[in-house]
Design a protein around this ligand. Sequence first.
Ligand code: FE2
Length: 277
Amino acid sequence: MQYSSMTRRGFLTTAAAAFGSAAIGAAPPVTTPLGVPLRQEPLAFDFEELEPFMKASTLRRHYYGHHAAYVKELETALQAEAMTVGNVVSLMPGMERMIQPQRSDSRMPLGRLVSQGLSFQAPQPLSKETTQTIRRAGGGHINHTAFWRFLCPPDSGPSGPQGRAARAIQEDFGSVKAFRQVFKEVAMAQQGSGWAWLVYRPDGCLVCSTTANEDNPLMKDHIPWHQAGKPLLSLDLWEHSYCEQYQADREQYIDAWWKVVNWEFVNRAYSIVTGKA
Ligand SMILES: [Fe+2]
């Protein structure tokens, strides 16, 4: 697999600009490092490079199997609704939103149709089935994209947070060591499939949290309010991500995962979410 600068530039899920520019019905390009396009990104590492902490065969199945299936499922659901979405993140905050009237009933631009009272087609709410698919498959695509972006080969970058991100972690958790402990405890406490997160909340506070299944901190209408925010780090807690290598020993998996966390990207994500990138 070829190296790519794409994932290095990567993520962040959530700047207001990304939300604001990606309305349903339009197809704005993802023009900034923010957001998640409707496709799988190439990885910035070879699967074998995360050995021995993450087994290459697990990663390969995870990427080409589980993650790819979510992307396909989401694509199919959006096509059925005639929706084009440049940034999948834009779907997260309000999944039950309305679809704007289709333009196919006239050659006239929609704005003129509506302004002149010539369009009487009411906006349509998304179906319950589509909303559920966006939550599961859209969440799954975003979560896995984040998961890959926050990984790197061992000893290929800093061994912990640096700069402003490190100071924020120290301020909100007491120390980086304490943060790691809290993150691990929270991840261990998650019952069943889900994800562990470091979240930058709207009030600027950093919190560790978990979400069930493929939910994530962007789904503010579906998770506890105090856990909503912008992801700065994510860990897949589904068994498919670790059981081949670690069986049911989630703690061993977490301890190994710390060795391949892309702290450079965490630092960059913190700069982006705080608007100081
Ligand atoms: Fe997964």
